[in-house]
Design a protein around this ligand. Structure first.
Ligand SMILES: *Cc1c(COP(=O)(O)O)cnc(C)c1O
Length: 367
């Protein structure tokens, strides 16, 4: 090759490092010849997905020939009822990850600045850099968003702010009062993305529901996903709620058939099974308690989390502990790439999975 195909890529892409996902179960099984592997690395629902979702998708398997409905009528209708919002305010995405990307593509250019917090979701810097915009990273406060610092970081060039509530990987959250006080300071020309990927797990009374703030703040975009509590990560289904003009703009840059038919049908069924979400939350609440007790017994600190995951503080380089856990068939998530080299993020699993993980952790630390 006489040509440097990296040099030929646009500036932002040249320095991009691809997202590092949790290690797949089959990969570890192949590498170590292990049969029993517990994966607690990608905040997936340990209960799987609702039986009603599986049934609905099975019933549609004869429909693979046709293109999906590019307008997503059935899902937008169901979401419109759930959120009491017009269908014209809803944007469907191939995972909410795609929505984040659509917003970046539609609203950023190489002159733009994007604000997000230290220790926040890895996709924010990725979509920012992919379009050549400038990331402005504000320091965290107690591992969470410092909304004051974020508001103060706004300049003439700011186009977009990402707020994950709760935040991944830290599980920290902001209250309704904190959030509205923040939104009141942000000029309307700056779009604020409120990423509520873990909304259904949070039970705190002061936890805001972004949907209720949309009427007050025209620049607000709320994103949700079917990947986490709904247990449908494989299908790639997410969406945003916004004012209808922003939805119109996102609609212009998306692929015509960006959400597939099975994802749409599954998501409609998932919205009907509210019991599944309640059960998932209960399992998560007790699993969270199990980890907190387990960490205490091991003398380990942790970051209090309202998500379906928790970051444990090992007070040493977490890399070797992560490797040791892999050897024992337990996959968790290293978070050094989030500026947290001494933490591991553990997804809350079933009681048995959590016990397995805690036992392995005890061994790893004794080793
Ligand atoms: C998992 C996650 C998402 C996106 O998930 P999708 O599977 O793309 O819907 C978005 N934001 C945060 C903070 C997440 O943790």
């Amino acid at each position: 090759m006489s040509c440097d195909y990296i040099e030929l890529a646009i500036k932002g892409v040249q320095g991009l490092r691809p997202y590092v996902p949790g290690k797949p179960v089959e990969e570890l099984q192949r590498e170590l010849g292990l049969e029993h592997v517990v994966k607690l690395a990608s905040n997936e629902n340990p209960l799987g997905s609702s039986a009603q979702v599986v049934k609905a998708i099975q019933d549609e398997l004869s429909e693979l020939t046709r293109y999906p409905d590019g307008n997503g009528f059935i899902l937008k209708k169901a979401l419109s009822e759930k959120h009491a919002i017009g269908a014209e305010c809803i944007t469907l995405g191939n995972g909410s990850n795609e929505i984040l990307e659509l917003i970046a593509r539609a609203y950023l250019d190489t002159e733009s600045e994007v604000i997000f917090s230290e220790h926040s979701f890895a996709v924010y810097p990725l979509v920012t850099q992919a379009v050549g915009a400038k990331a402005v990273v504000t320091p965290a406060i107690n591992w969470g968003h410092d909304l004051q610092a974020m508001a103060q970081a706004v300049t003439e060039k700011t186009r977009l702010i990402f707020v994950a509530n709760p935040n991944n990987p830290t599980g920290t959250w902001v209250t309704e009062n904190e959030l509205t006080a923040f939104l009141e300071q942000i000029p309307e020309r700056v779009i604020v993305v409120l990423d509520e990927a873990y909304f259904d797990y949070v039970g705190e009374a002061e936890y805001p529901n972004g949907e209720k703030l949309l009427n007050r703040f025209a620049n607000l975009v709320v994103t949700r996903t079917f990947s986490k509590a709904y247990g449908m990560a494989a299908l790639r289904a997410g969406y945003s709620l916004s004012n209808s003009v922003i939805a119109d703009v996102l609609n212009r840059v998306r692929q015509p058939f960006n959400m597939n038919h099975l994802a749409m049908v599954g998501a409609v069924a998932a919205l009907q099974d509210t019991l599944f979400i309640e059960q998932s939350k209960m399992v998560n609440d007790s699993g969270m308690e199990q980890y907190i007790q387990g960490f205490k017994q091991l003398g380990l600190g942790y970051i209090p989390s309202v998500g379906n995951f928790i970051c444990v503080d090992l007070q040493r380089d977490a890399g070797p502990v992560y490797e040791n856990l892999l050897q024992q068939g337990v996959i968790v998530r290293p978070v050094a790439n989030y500026g947290m080299p001494q933490h591991l993020r553990i997804t809350i699993g079933t009681e048995a999975e959590n016990k397995h993980c805690l036992d392995a952790l005890a061994k790893a630390l004794g080793a």
